[in-house]
Design a protein around this ligand. Structure first.
Ligand code: NAD
Length: 479
């Protein structure tokens, strides 16, 4: 398998074909530094060219053809699994074992989307239920909503792109994708797989470039009625505010809490949270960030947790043994260091930290005040904090005490009680006796509050990407 060359410029994909451009984006290796390769950067009028071609392709493939394309693409990702995984590891700095997991999940996302393409159904409206409806047959079908503008983040550069492209294809919508400027290589690989699987000219464009120009042009384009955005809350809600008449589906950030109650299996909780709090150096939107432990188990939990954390290997993402590598760039690292400093100044105690070469090791703080950035904002780095509580209501209120509402977790032996507490957590998803960093690709995934306004997972994403169309036939006997 050949990796990338710094001398090459990878072409962008426009209307299903590959093209070069005068400008190129340098793709940096977050671990080694240096250039992995370069990627053609979309020019100002590329968005318009791509959208114009896409407009004519709405609903162009019948559902069975959409399903077959997605199934073939899943087969290509399976066959070239290691190439996909290495690309993720190189451009995002994600440890190779986790990158392989992401490639596996991409296959799931494509496969579940194919199922949706095959089974997408409308409904018959019970018209006889009202006097005005009697004698009429009303049928609702699900039509493609139009050209989808997709914008994706750097941290899952393959599977989160799949979560946009695959449901759009299942719905019959052509897509113009603007991948994260740091990580367009995985998106380009997936797009090529989809083209090899049968997409045609105009069905798909991948336009790498800065958010403020290429992304903004996509958001503003009048012939793009659907924007599906995954990224930070500030950017997402600004897009929503700018485009009140479009469907704008937002998958945003979180400050993920987990409650470890007095009756919890401490070994299980410590093991799962240590592994998930630091996966991809904490750069997951559901990376555990805040741990609330019942005061009666605090010492035991903290000791066990720190033992697990000290067993994590920090290093080269391409090394099989690595658990966490670098954060995406120097700016991210600087911000995380600043927030740790701010937490310490506010009274937080550092229980574990360090550096391995240039890399930040898993960092654990205790007793941060509720207004610390590491509590209230999204850390997006290898940092978690431990706080304690005496009554469960206090823990629930602290867990709810940020602007976010994506996923949260509870460890407790009493699942009956935990189910009640799950209802009191203002989060769209709650895990019980599992880390809240858990996601399977068919589940409805999304956030409340600042964390978003939609659900992804192929079946749920199709809600955004299809319109309900009603046909009423008069003169049908209802009795
Ligand atoms: P980001 O918001 O900086 O960028 C996301 C995408 O938006 C990129 O492609 C970027 O180029 C583009 N963009 C930036 N400004 C834009 C603008 N003005 N108009 C249009 N597009 C613009 O986010 P990031 O740093 O790449 O990713 C990390 C964030 O993503 C975190 O907040 C994380 O929680 C969130 N995230 C959420 C989910 C989820 O499913 N809820 C999943 C992964 C990541």
């Amino acid at each position: 398998m050949t990796d990338y060359s710094a001398e090459e410029i990878q072409p962008l994909i426009i209307n299903g074909g590959t093209e070069q451009r005068d400008d190129a984006i340098e793709i940096r290796n977050p671990y080694r530094g240096g250039t992995i390769t370069r990627v053609a950067q979309a020019a100002g009028d590329d968005v318009d060219t791509a959208v114009r071609a896409a407009r004519d392709r709405v609903g162009a493939h019948p559902p069975v053809a959409r399903a077959e394309i997605l199934e073939r693409a899943a087969g290509i990702v399976r066959d070239e699994h290691e190439r996909f995984a290495r690309t993720i590891a190189l451009e995002a700095g994600k440890p190779i074992v986790q990158a392989r997991g992401e490639a596996d999940r991409c296959i799931d996302t494509l496969t579940f989307s194919a199922v949706e393409a095959r089974t997408l159904a409308g409904e018959v409206v019970p018209m006889d239920g009202s006097h005005s409806g009697r004698g009429k047959l009303a049928v609702v079908s699900r039509a493609p909503a139009g050209v989808v503008g997709a914008i994706s983040p750097f941290n899952f550069p393959l599977n989160l792109v799949a979560h946009k492209l695959a449901p759009a294809i299942a719905a019959g919508c052509p897509v113009v994708l603007k991948p994260a400027a740091q990580t367009p290589l995985s998106a380009l690989l997936l797009a090529r797989a989809l083209m090899d699987a049968g997409l045609e000219m105009g069905d798909l464009s991948v336009l790498p470039g800065p958010g403020g120009t290429v992304g903004a042009a996509l958001v503003e384009h009048p012939d793009v009625p659907v924007i599906t955005f995954t990224g930070s809350s500030g950017v997402g809600w600004a897009i929503r505010a700018e485009q009140p008449r479009k469907h704008v589906a937002l998958e945003l950030g979180n400050s993920t809490p987990v409650i470890v109650h007095s009756d919890a299996d401490i070994e299980l909780a410590a093991d799962r949270i240590a592994a998930s709090g630091f996966t991809h150096a904490g750069q997951s939107c559901i990376s555990v960030q805040r741990i609330y432990v019942h005061e009666s188990r605090r010492e035991e939990f903290t000791g066990t947790f720190l033992e697990h954390v000290s067993g994590l290997t920090v290093g080269d993402p391409l090394d099989e043994a690595t658990d966490l590598g670098p954060v995406i760039d120097a700016d991210a690292r600087e911000r995380i260091d600043e927030w740790i400093g701010e937490g310490e100044s506010a009274g937080g105690r550092v229980l574990a930290t360090g550096t391995e070469g240039e890399l930040l090791c898993p960092t654990v703080l205790a007793d941060l005040p509720p207004d610390a950035k590491l509590i209230n904002d999204e850390a997006f780095g290898p940092v978690v904090s431990i706080q304690s509580y005496s009554e469960i209501d206090e823990a629930l209120s602290m867990a709810n005490g940020t602007p976010f509402g994506l996923q949260a977790g509870i460890f407790s032996a009493r699942v009956d009680r935990a189910l009640g507490w799950a209802g009191a957590l203002e989060f769209a998803g709650v895990t019980i006796n599992e880390t809240p960093t858990f996601r399977a690709d068919q589940q409805p995934y999304g956030g409340l509050k600042d964390s978003g306004n939609t659900r992804e997972g192929p079946r749920y994403a199709l809600e955004t990407m299809t319109e309900r169309r009603l046909v009423i036939v008069d003169g049908v006997r209802g009795d």
